[in-house]
Write a protein that binds this ligand. Structure first.
Ligand code: DAT
Ligand code: MG
Length: 149
């Protein structure tokens, strides 16, 4: 089974969207295996968004992600990486379809509510950056036989 890193950004937490977003992923059928409310340090933010360090929006991005608590999570399931990217919607909420998190809850690109890993490599890297091995919980999801064929 694939794993991915998903974070509710400071705007999502401030706006009280945490429960709604988690519900969508639970209802889809994915399994939550790690979760914490945390304040991102500058150092962690710069490592996490390292691929964007030369972009003009990098400074603003780091200052935004460190501006309040986030909810960091690891989700597990079949094709969970691309599935969560679809549930999140396109980066710019204007392009995100209605029915997606960003399409339904966001207006501006710099306040787009959620982060999700964009591939297998970034998922591995981001999970390791935010979670220790022992913080990831191995558990049997009893409803799986009704979700997977
Ligand atoms: P995503 O979060 O969909 O993976 P990304 O990795 O390209 O998108 O960018 C990371 C975040 O940086 C994104 O969620 C919002 C911000 N961002 C991206 N492009 C931007 C831009 N052109 N102007 C301002 N912020 C931007
Ligand atoms: Mg990205």
């Amino acid at each position: 089974m694939q794993q991915t890193f998903l974070a509710i950004k400071p705007d999502g937490v401030q706006r009280g969207l945490t429960g709604k977003i988690i519900s969508r992923l639970e209802e889809k059928g994915f399994k939550l295996i790690g979760m914490k409310l945390m304040k991102v340090t500058n150092e962690l933010a710069e490592r996490h968004y390292g691929e964007h360090k030369d972009k003009p929006f990098f400074k603003g991005l780091v200052s935004f992600i460190t501006s309040g608590p986030i909810v960091a999570m690891v989700w597990e399931g079949k094709n969970v990486i691309s599935s969560l990217r679809k549930i999140m919607g396109k980066t710019n909420p204007l392009d995100a379809e209605l029915g997606t998190v960003r399409g339904d809850f966001a207006v501006d690109i710099g306040k787009n509510v959620v982060h999700g890993s964009d591939g297998e490599e970034s998922a591995k890297r981001e999970i390791a950056l935010f979670f220790k091995e022992e913080e990831l919980i191995k558990w049997e999801q009893d409803i799986q036989k009704w979700i997977y064929e």
